[in-house]
Design a protein around this ligand. Structure first.
Ligand SMILES: Cc1cc2nc3c(=O)[nH]c(=O)nc-3n(C[C@H](O)[C@H](O)[C@H](O)COP(=O)(O)OP(=O)(O)OC[C@H]3O[C@@H](n4cnc5c(N)ncnc54)[C@H](O)[C@@H]3O)c2cc1C
Length: 408
């Protein structure tokens, strides 16, 4: 067995971006990409958006099989890493294959959160994390609209709301049930939550917030109804959109530090310097000293770049500005930066009635911007925050003052 191998456990955005980084440095021949899924790494964001709405849309791989072969990257599909032996530097795949590593990178992402009260395998209860889920949901959405049945989404987070909007655009009756007092409560400001609520209601979705879910009625392999605020609510189809949990089992089993994610330093090294972790599964230190985990394409791509540098012997600590987007029907949300706990908020009107940006400042400094249908303001906000965020509040509020002029 070769002694300088890099094994990547995971076949998502972070793994794909790391393959690109290593291949660009001429190191593809050292790499084994090991994925639990049966397809090459692909773009996940369309799965809750265009893919659900277009029967002939196919899953979009980051790179074709020929590219991996040309780079000398060995790909193992449908063959997850089952265990790690850090003492000898080996991983064991489900098939029994043993791979030695000089460096191991954990890019295992997250899995959908589920509820103990709902046993796995219920035929009308769904989650959405991967291409297989999306294919089966697309079929089910088609059948549901044809039968005039209702789709219920439990959880008003990004994936639930994107699916709700896609389902409405397909003509389904949709209900969203959220137990907290607002939609996207963990991710966006209260003002934006209000706008999102109004948007979904205007699309014809029934949205209930602050609900109490008191029980579930099952019959054989189906969920028949839920008890909501003391009432029995019949369920045709249900999406569980209640968040995701980081895939940390492998790391925990081999004794790596885990704390709401696999603990890494700013160069993506875990508590064992031969093992790195990147993407949704990694809990990393921010410049402010807090440890966080982000679930976004930007974070997966940029952490992969940092990890590639670390593996190539250059320490380039991860300092990227977080940014994120979400499409919910005709509404495109874009966020730059992290929402401060206390903030002054300034609203800037956009080019149309349905577009605006909310700028969030802390002690006079711009730290976060939330844009709705305002992609140019989003791009400029990223530049302003990266430049230190020192801005004139009155100019921010005035759409006649170009954001670009504040960069000087
Ligand atoms: C439906 C959907 C829509 C999204 N939309 C957006 C969006 O609009 N904007 C945005 O910024 N982000 C979006 N995201 C989030 C974004 O896709 C993730 O943040 C990103 O995919 C994270 O990349 P990752 O490589 O860390 O994890 P993933 O892409 O989840 O990949 C993890 C991979 O590891 C594999 N794996 C797990 N365990 C093992 C093991 N033991 N051995 C081998 N392989 C293993 C998994 O099967 C999976 O293939 C969306 C996510 C979903 C599910």
């Amino acid at each position: 067995m070769s002694t300088d191998q890099i094994v990547i456990a995971g076949g998502g955005h972070a793994a794909a971006a790391l393959c690109v980084g290593l291949a660009e440095a001429g190191q593809g021949g050292r790499v084994h990409l090991v994925s639990a899924e049966n397809e090459l790494p692909y773009q996940r964001p369309p799965l809750s958006k265009s893919f659900l709405k277009n029967a002939d849309e196919t899953v979009a791989p980051h790179k074709a099989a020929a590219w991996y072969a040309e780079q000398g990257i060995q790909v193992h599909l449908s063959d997850p890493v089952d265990s790690i032996d850090r003492k000898v530097g080996q991983v064991l795949l489900r098939s029994g294959t043993v791979l030695a590593y000089q460096h191991l990178v954990l890019a295992t992402g997250t899995r959908a959160r589920t509820l103990d009260a709902l046993p796995p395998g219920l035929s009308n209860v769904h989650v959405l994390r991967d291409a297989e889920h999306a294919r089966s949901l697309r079929t089910r959405l088609g059948e549901t609209v044809a039968a005039g049945r209702r789709f219920t989404v439990l959880g008003g987070g990004f994936i639930g709301l994107e699916l709700a909007a896609s389902a409405r655009q397909l003509g389904l009756e949709v209900t969203v049930l959220e137990v907290t007092p607002r939609l996207l409560g963990r991710s966006v400001s209260a003002s934006l939550s209000e706008h999102v609520l109004a948007h979904h209601r205007s699309m014809g979705t029934e949205v209930q917030i602050g609900v109490r879910i008191e029980g579930f009625e099952l019959q054989e392999d189906r969920l028949l109804s839920m008890q909501v605020n003391g009432n029995r609510v019949a369920v045709d189809e249900l999406l569980l959109g209640i968040g995701a949990v980081p895939e940390t089992r492998l790391a925990a089993d081999c004794g790596l530090a885990v704390d709401n994610g696999i603990v890494v330093d700013a160069c993506m090294r875990t508590s064992d310097p031969a093992v790195l972790a990147i993407g949704d599964c990694a809990a990393f230190p921010t410049t402010g000293g807090a440890r966080i985990r982000l679930e976004s394409v930007q974070n997966a791509n940029d952490q992969a770049r940092t990890a590639a540098a670390t593996l190539l012997g250059r320490d380039e600590p991860y300092r990227s500005l977080p940014w994120f987007w979400s499409e919910q029907g005709p509404m495109r949300l874009q966020m730059a930066g992290l929402l401060p706990t206390s903030q002054e908020t300034i609203r800037r009107a956009g080019a149309s009635a349905s577009s605006f940006t909310l700028f969030h400042l802390h002690e006079g400094r711009l730290l976060c911007a939330e844009s709705v249908n305002a992609p140019l303001d989003h791009m400029m906000s990223r530049k302003l925050i990266e430049a230190g965020g020192l801005v004139n509040a009155a100019s921010l509020a005035d759409p006649s003052v170009p954001l670009k002029s504040m960069l000087a």
